[in-house]
Design a protein around this ligand. Structure first.
Ligand SMILES: [Zn+2]
Length: 309
């Protein structure tokens, strides 16, 4: 892989670049974690059934809670997951999914509502978006790994919520948060690039091709295979662009620009509803309506397209 130009001086992709010390060493310090959970300055990032708490009125800020906000919470915040230290406070993610009406239980008094980060993400303050994504991704993993994949026994959270340990002493397997690598690529040739759309997407929306990396495959091979499968063409050069955490539910997107010879596409109907070559002019003039709309502004897909334009 080569890089065309240094990426370091440019702003990172959305959902990354948060000013947060993950403080890995504190995850193993049970006494520190206990004290932090009871601390007055500690902040909690609540997640309810995959929804994040958004401050009322602004619609662009996450709402973190303090210990005092949690007195109505049955069992307290003992199962909170340590995210790290942020601006002098310990920050924990807190799963409230078992509550029927979390706003009422916590007596939020209209300060915030639970919303889908996938819907509000593009207008969120970047730091808030990154923290909400981290919290949502980690809690989603906990919910899906309550039982050991080796022996089927229950698992318990450990190390501040960064490990789930099997409770069967004969097994004792540790399970770690998972992130699934996916490649996402803008395929181009001269003044044209390939965009496709899935049938379920909003009317008119087109995006770059993408797919999961398979076992035993390099990233470059995954790019070439996905392009071959989805639109039936061969890529020549594959150049790394940047990456983006995409915890919807648990991916990291690895972005590439790749070249291919402009020609007819053979679309896999199981993967795509449509795909074709678009010129730069067409994309610059995108009306952003049901005839042609570019991907959402918080996505690396949008970044790959804009940087190519
Ligand atoms: Zn086990």
């Amino acid at each position: 892989m080569n890089t065309e130009r240094p990426r370091g001086q440019r702003p990172g992709n959305f959902y990354s670049g948060v000013d947060l010390d993950r403080a890995d060493h504190l995850r193993r310090d049970a006494a520190w974690l206990r004290a932090a959970l009871a601390g007055e300055n500690t902040l909690f990032v609540p997640v309810w059934r995959d929804r994040s708490l958004i401050e009322t009125g602004t619609e662009a800020r996450g709402l973190w809670l303090e210990r005092a906000d949690l007195h109505g919470l049955p069992g307290g915040p003992d199962n909170a997951v340590f995210l790290g230290r942020h601006g002098g406070s310990a920050l924990f993610a807190l799963d409230l999914s078992e509550l029927e009406a979390p706003e009422a239980t916590l007596a939020l008094n209209g300060r915030g509502t639970f919303q889908d980060l996938r819907a509000v993400g593009p207008i969120l303050a970047r730091q808030d978006g990154a923290i909400l994504a981290y919290a949502r991704g980690l809690l989603h993993w906990h919910k899906r790994h309550r039982f050991c994949g080796l022996c089927g026994s229950a698992t318990d959270q450990n190390q501040g919520g960064h490990v789930r340990a099997c409770t069967d002493s004969a097994c004792g397997a540790d399970h770690f948060p998972r992130t699934d690598p996916a490649v996402i690529m803008l395929i181009h040739d001269g003044d044209a690039c390939v965009l496709g759309r899935q049938k379920a997407w909003p009317e008119g929306m087109h995006s770059t091709l993408a797919g999961f990396v398979e076992p035993g495959e390099s990233l470059e091979e995954a790019v070439a295979r996905e392009v071959r499968e989805e639109v039936g063409i061969e890529v020549s050069s594959v150049t790394y662009h940047s990456s983006q955490p995409w915890p919807f539910p648990s991916s990291i997107m690895l972005g590439f620009h790749a070249e291919a010879r402009q020609g007819p596409l053979t679309i896999d109907p199981h993967e795509l509803g449509a795909a074709r070559w678009f010129t730069r002019q067409e994309l610059r003039n995108s009306p952003e309506d049901e005839t042609l709309r570019l991907p959402r502004r918080d996505s690396i897909a949008r970044r790959l397209i804009e940087d190519w334009l």
